[in-house]
Design a protein around this ligand. Structure first.
Ligand code: SF4
Length: 542
């Protein structure tokens, strides 16, 4: 019997963990199993051809918010062409199976965790009569390691997903993880350590934990982090934290972890107490912001923090407060997300209470609520675009720090947005030269000190290790400054150990920075100090 697992990933560099578990779970069955991964951008014809070429007896597809529209189109085509049995699983079908079956009578839905359901289907040679199958799984610890040796041997520089626990102990009403079962099912910790060692030896770039709340159990989280810290590897480990459960001991352990070994995604979501109560999220906003700040202050790990706009009781003014409290914690990246009303979540059943209107098709994003209008949410989308260009890109770190020291980050973004509308600037642009020119014009329009802003932008250009020369408008007198720096270098280069291995001929390729404004902060670069950038290396010349 030929079984095909088909993943339609959002991007070519993503991979599907759930189908890998299913494939390994069927390892000892008689089924001839194949797993194919394409993306939602693959032309429909090619997806159909891929299925046709394998001609499976049973086709299993996992359905998510990002691929359900493509899968609906695919099902219409496959139905007329193929005679195989079709099984859909995944969060997008698990909670509204009847609706899917009504629209596509040829399918069977596997609701919730799928390993044991798939095994049963294969055992029955696909002669199951039920249209919805939901067999209880064995404990997660008995589910095999999802990766094959072949996959690991070609994993260099890739992202590998990993799960050390399933389920979530919390019940945020907008989240699917709270809809099914609150029971956490964990893998034995020694097994987790062994599996992480195997993954790190593969040379993959990132191991991304998909555990809903990695630190729900502080002791266990610390033990896993200590193990990760001791690995001899360049692999980065991505962990999702609940900020409320970051303990003093957790922070102490992080201090000993090599820089860059971990990166964190932290759900902050809202600072409005009434909102948090309404969505059943257990969190003290001030404590959570303090936890994020403590991790960010270590300056060792990338910190990405999430917010949700459009939650009950969160109006525009209250969202501004939420945003600014999070921004004050200094995460590297702020993800301004929008509430999605996912089928099967508790908030879906409460949407009329909160006046929530949302799009009917994925990703089911909120359109308006009793507390926030469509126009205000649209404005937040625009603020999100500016946020991405000037803050999340990390290319203007010190410049934005300086600009937002005069007002809050939210107010600065609002102000940039209205200046962009006035000046015709495209808020979606990510080009460094265009964004820096826009920031400079904005500052001039505010009748503020242009020289210091040029300095900040040049400093960010050098320290973000941009290639090429400064845009001419930032440092018009750069050529004469460069000649001065080269003269200084020639006089002293013999005594500089940091320049060993670089020939004097290469000095002309250096990019130099020194502040021109008397007000540039000394902790970044003192007056007369010169910073030079050459091939991703930064030197202090004077
Ligand atoms: S949002 Fe996070 S903490 Fe809340 S239920 Fe979902 S996974 Fe759990």
């Amino acid at each position: 019997m030929k079984v095909m697992f088909l993943a339609l990933n959002a991007r070519y560099y993503h991979s599907n963990l759930a189908l890998r578990y299913l494939r390994q779970y069927l390892k000892n069955s008689n089924a001839d199993v194949v797993l194919e991964e394409l993306t939602i951008s693959t032309p429909l014809r090619e997806i159909v051809k891929c299925i046709y070429d394998h001609s499976p007896d049973a086709l299993f597809i996992s359905v998510y918010i990002w691929n359900s529209s493509v899968i609906k189109m695919l099902l219409r085509e496959v139905e007329s062409l193929m005679k195989c049995r079709i099984y859909l699983g995944g969060p997008e079908v698990s909670f509204n199976a009847e609706e899917w079956i009504c629209n596509f009578p040829q399918i069977t839905v596997i609701a919730h965790a799928g390993e044991e359901s798939v095994r049963k289907i294969i055992e029955l040679k696909c002669k199951n009569e039920e249209k919805i199958i939901s067999e209880p799984n064995p404990p997660f610890d008995e589910i095999p390691f999802p990766y094959t040796e072949e996959e690991l041997s070609s994993a260099e520089n890739k992202i590998l997903y990993y799960e050390s626990s399933r389920g979530c102990a919390f019940s945020c009403s907008y989240c699917l993880s709270s809809s099914y079962s609150c029971k956490i099912d964990i893998r034995n910790i020694e097994r987790v350590k062994d599996e992480l060692s195997i993954l790190s030896k593969s040379g993959c770039a990132v191991v991304k934990f998909v555990d809903r709340t990695f630190n729900y159990d502080n002791k266990r989280a610390i033990e896993i982090i200590r193990h990760i810290s001791n690995l001899k590897t360049d692999t980065v480990f991505h962990l999702e934290l609940h900020p409320e459960f970051v303990s003093d001991e957790f922070i102490e352990v992080l201090k000993d972890v090599p820089s860059g070994r971990l990166r964190f995604e932290i759900g902050f979501q809202s600072a409005n107490a009434e909102t948090l109560r309404a969505v059943n999220r257990y969190q003290n906003p001030e404590n959570s912001a303090a936890s994020i700040r403590r991790i960010a202050d270590l300056k060792k790990f990338h910190v990405h923090a999430d917010l949700i706009a459009g939650l009950p009781h969160e109006d525009y003014k209250s969202f501004r407060k939420t945003f600014n409290l999070l921004a004050s914690a200094g995460p590297d990246n702020i993800q301004l997300g929008f509430l999605k009303i996912l089928p099967g979540t508790k908030i879906e059943s409460q949407k009329n209470i909160f006046g929530i209107k949302h799009f009917c098709s994925p990703p089911y994003e909120v359109i308006e609520t009793n507390d926030i209008s469509f126009a205000e949410l649209s404005k937040l989308h625009e603020i999100d675009s500016i946020l991405d260009s000037v803050y999340n890109s990390s290319n203007f770190r010190e410049t934005i720090q300086y600009l937002s020291s005069k007002e809050t980050l939210f107010d600065l973004l609002e102000s940039l947005l209205s200046y962009a509308a006035e000046s015709g600037f495209d808020i979606k642009t990510k080009n460094w030269k265009d964004v820096s020119s826009f920031l400079l014009k904005y500052w001039r329009y505010k009748l503020s000190d242009i020289q210091i802003l040029s300095d900040y932008l040049c400093y960010d250009f050098v320290t973000s290790k941009m290639s090429g020369a400064y845009p001419a408008f930032l440092f018009p007198e750069y050529e004469s400054f460069k000649n001065k720096c080269l003269g200084i270098l020639k006089l002293n280069s013999d005594s500089r150990s940091c320049l060993k291995g670089i020939t004097p001929k290469e000095y002309s390729k250096f990019l130099f920075f020194s502040p021109r404004s008397m007000h540039f902060p000394e902790n970044l670069c003192r007056q007369n100090e010169i910073i030079a950038l050459y091939k991703d290396r930064l030197f202090n010349i004077v």
